[in-house]
Design a protein around this ligand. Structure first.
Ligand SMILES: [Mn+2]
Length: 582
């Protein structure tokens, strides 16, 4: 009998107000989508209007940002005094797009604003000493950070000593010692009154841009920067809910209708038509190309791309980034192979509470390796790049351990620097402390390790084969744009019979499933293992994303299978009304 790779977690029915069902029906939303909306927190008519109404309505009042008044006052002074400003952005897609948002906003206000992107290898995360020195050499008296700075109190002090004020805009974990900055804009501050702390770094930058526009005026439209904020938000895997959903909707609209030259060039490289772009395009085509630049040392080029309005220049920088992306792919392949070999070495057990590896690997790649291994083994992974006497590590959680808190609990005295989020974090550590770190971290990880080591698979709804139809696919579109936090639903279809299974190119499995009257085609990406696990006649439950494929003039249902389990694993949901509207 087949064993499912994941532990299926079927969303429990969420309590929704009586008015909700009626409001959903009035909007033509069927029961499956209404049930999923409710389980994702959209449970009354007002929330439904917020979810489906004009995207602009989902943006919060930027004056609620912590230190909003101080930001406005300091930028007002900079404009009246004609100060030179440096915008310091992190080298990932979030930092780069947020940097472009603020450089463009400040320039719209008439300021001389210049971008600075640190080198991942030489400077690492956070405000760098080198950038402060550059600002001083250029006579700039104000630095605005984007997507970083919360963990850089020393560098902020250094800048102030050099006569340079710093405005920190960030969304990372706020440490105990906060920077003594001219303004510290981070929605995670304990005293923050900002309604939605889920903004990414580019989302915070976008909100600051809206604040500056509202308070300082000018003939420019800050909402036109939503496309950049969207890319940072998706690149950082921030949940596409609340204000992030509003940013994503606004950004997608402009990406589809009138992409700026930089994004048009990246879409061309990816072979995607602008009107066909969705958040998956952003997550798997655009953001990785920007991230690749930082990983292989071309982040300044990526910033230049996002700041140009010239199509020719955009195309030539996009070509450079394409080469960076190819290099990133090669490095990932070789580093992953090397990490797996280290893992297998001498029968090293992979059943510990966490995966801890270090090697002579590129620091820009270890995060990708950590993400891959955490997903594969369903436990936290810490992968270190060994540099001169220092290990620079990236950590990825498998969903249960809060990494930022876990690193804090290891003891701040252990690290040269550390920071991050619940799901992703990083640190620099003297190489001789790696063993001590490993012991402390494993002990913490062990406390959050589940008895069943299989990774979780979130299942939104379990249905019988009868409920699997085109109306369901249409109904689920109401959830778009989908992304992290509001993913494309995974539907468990109960009791299907395997009629055929074969390996497809690229390590995939192609499966034909029979229900009562007809057959449904299915593809399982990366699940070649199913070819040997499944046999003709097996009765199974299938967890899949449900879609439609146009083939030979017909639209036919297609299941994108995530996992297969023995029949009876899920209990199918029963509609309460017979009249599902689709
Ligand atoms: Mn970020």
């Amino acid at each position: 009998m087949i064993t499912s790779r994941y532990r299926w977690r079927v969303a429990p029915p969420a309590p929704a107000g009586a008015g909700f069902a009626a409001a959903a029906r009035a909007r033509g939303i069927g029961e499956p989508a209404a049930a999923i909306l409710a389980s994702r927190g959209v449970r009354d008519a007002v929330a439904l209007d917020g979810f489906l109404g004009p995207a602009e309505n989902g943006l919060n009042d930027p004056r609620l940002l912590p230190d909003a008044e101080r930001v406005v006052a300091r930028i007002r002074r900079a404009t009246s005094d004609g100060e030179g400003v440096m915008v310091f952005g992190d080298f990932d897609a979030d930092g780069l797009t947020g940097l472009a948002v603020l450089v463009r906003a400040l320039r719209s206000l008439g300021l001389d604003a210049t971008p600075y992107v640190p080198s991942r290898l030489a400077e690492g995360h956070g405000l760098s000493v080198a950038s402060v020195e550059r600002a001083r050499a250029e006579g700039r008296t104000l630095i605005v950070t984007v997507d970083c700075g919360s963990s850089s109190p020393d560098e902020v002090d250094l800048a102030r000593a050099a006569g340079i004020d710093v405005i920190v805009t960030d969304h990372h974990h706020v440490p105990e010692r906060i920077p003594d900055a001219a303004a510290f804009v981070n929605p995670h501050r304990v005293d923050s009154a900002y309604p939605d702390p889920r903004l990414a770094g580019a989302g915070v930058a976008f909100t600051v841009a809206r604040l500056l526009h509202d308070e300082l005026g000018g003939g420019w439209g800050p909402l036109a920067l939503a496309d950049l904020a969207m890319i940072g938000t998706v690149g950082d895997v921030a949940p596409i809910l609340g204000e992030n959903r509003a940013i994503a909707r606004l950004g997608l609209r402009s990406l589809r209708e009138a992409p700026r030259p930089a994004l048009a060039a990246l879409l061309t490289r990816a072979g995607v038509r602008p009107d066909a772009a969705d958040l998956e395009t952003v997550a798997f085509q655009i953001a990785p190309r920007l991230n690749a630049a930082g990983r292989v040392g071309e982040a300044e080029e990526a910033a230049g791309l996002l700041l140009t309005d010239d199509a020719g220049e955009a195309e030539s920088i996009a070509a450079l980034l394409e080469a960076a992306n190819d290099l990133r792919r090669d490095l990932l392949r070789t580093t992953l192979a090397d990490a797996r070999a280290t893992l297998a070495e001498g029968g090293r057990p992979v059943d510990g509470p966490a995966i801890l590896l270090q090697g002579p690997w590129p620091p820009g790649i270890v995060g990708l390796v950590a993400a891959r291994l955490a997903e594969e083994y369903g436990r936290p992974a810490v992968i270190g790049a060994r540099l001169d006497g220092v290990v620079r590590a990236s950590c990825r959680s498998a969903g249960r351990l809060d990494l930022a808190a876990a690193l804090d609990a290891c003891g701040a005295d252990l690290f040269l620097r550390h920071g991050g989020h619940a799901g992703a974090a990083g640190f620099d550590l003297p190489a001789d402390r790696w063993g001590t770190f490993g012991e402390r971290f494993s002990a913490i990880a062990a406390r959050s390790a589940p008895a069943d080591p299989r990774p979780d698979l979130a299942v939104d709804l379990a249905i019988s084969t009868d409920a699997l139809d085109h109306a369901l696919v249409r109904d689920l579109r109401v959830l778009e744009p989908t992304g992290p936090g509001n993913p494309q639903p995974v539907i468990a279809v109960s009791d299907m019979t395997v009629t055929r299974v074969r390996a497809a190119n690229g390590g995939h499995a192609q499966i034909t499933l029979r229900r009562k009257r007809d057959v449904v085609d299915a593809i399982a990406f990366g699940r070649e293992d199913l070819v040997t696990q499944l046999g003709e006649g097996d009765r199974v439950d299938v967890a899949a994303r449900v879609g439609v494929r146009a083939y030979g003039g017909y639209d036919s249902l297609q299941l994108e299978v995530r996992d297969v389990a023995p029949v009876g694993t899920v209990k199918p949901w029963q509609p309460t009304h017979g009249d599902r509207i689709g």
